[in-house]
Write a protein that binds this ligand. Structure first.
Ligand code: PLP
Length: 283
């Protein structure tokens, strides 16, 4: 595997970043996870736009243009002879003098890892995944805005550990006010009486690329959808639930806290959303 580091494609064994890099020392940086289908990177412009929003929000000035980042992503994909793949792009604030001050951080580090990925097993989409509402709350926007896709991922990792202990593969995190927020790597949707509901960005969640697409697709296909905050009780009473992300696409959730959601099988709306979404990835 060849890894992109600061403009060069380097064999995995030789691909090294300094231990003085602030990404390593403080989680001081931002990232994106992207996906390529048949050699085309899906919604690349949306991901690059969000990357720049994240970088701006933490005052990380990069010399990289959108076009340069695009070319680098394709260079990494093609350099590894990949068509269906996952790409992880990271930009850190680079190396600085010891301490937290950011002055003098003039050379951000940019890396891209790309691996073969053709999606999760179809069995998961047929049966749905298990999720658990965890006690770890989503960090509030007043502390660190979850709209920033930052390298500080411990909040999500702690939540994911809790989910694993609860025999679930994804955690559902609540906001500090107790509203349903999002998964550790996904946005969440519920369906009740034919209406889809998803938490608004104001609850304090990542503005998921897939989430936005699903909201637009629901509108286009006359599937009623509202962005409204709701409490866990509504989640437990939902007819259907699904989570979305670049890697999950639209993944049905059929069990929450070891209790079935609705019938315990992927619901009709979840399944239609998945197939409507997949039409986009195959063109
Ligand atoms: N929420 C969180 C916390 C995430 O980390 C992710 C993706 O990694 C998502 C939501 C889904 O975002 P996207 O659809 O852009 O992949």
């Amino acid at each position: 595997m060849l890894i992109f580091i600061n403009g060069l494609l380097i064999p995995q064994d030789e691909a090294k970043v300094s231990v003085l890099d602030r990404g390593f020392l403080y989680g001081d940086g931002v990232f994106e996870t992207l996906r390529a289908y048949s050699g085309k990177i899906f919604r690349i412009d949306d991901h690059i736009k969000r990357l720049f929003c994240s970088a701006n929000a933490i005052c990380l000035k990069t010399p990289f243009t959108g076009n340069y980042i695009k070319e680098s992503l394709y260079q990494t994909l093609m350099g590894n002879n990949l068509k269906d793949a996952y790409l992880r792009l990271t930009i850190t604030r680079g190396i600085s003098d010891p301490g937290l001050d950011t002055e003098g951080c003039l050379n951000p580090t940019m890396t891209i890892i790309s691996r073969e990925f053709s999606g999760y097993p179809e069995d998961l989409y047929r049966h749905g995944i298990k999720a658990a509402v965890v006690s770890t709350r989503r960090i509030p926007a007043s502390a660190l805005n979850p709209e920033i896709k930052s390298l500080n991922f411990l909040n999500n990792i702690m939540a994911r550990m809790e989910a694993k202990h609860a025999n679930a593969s994804e955690a559902i995190m609540l906001s500090t006010e107790g509203y349903v927020a999002e998964g550790t790597v996904s946005n969440i949707f519920i369906v009740k009486d034919g209406v889809v509901k998803t938490p608004p960005l104001s609850v304090g969640i990542l503005n998921g690329v897939t989430r936005s697409l699903v909201i637009g697709l629901a509108q286009k296909n006359n599937i009623p959808l509202t962005e409204q905050q709701f409490q866990p009780e509504e989640l437990y009473a939902a007819d259907e639930c699904f989570v979305t992300s670049t890697l999950y696409e639209v993944m049905p959730v059929t069990s929450i806290n070891n209790k079935p959601v609705g019938t315990g099988h992927p619901g009709d709306i979840s399944q239609s959303m998945l197939s409507i979404f997949r039409e986009l990835t195959t063109v």
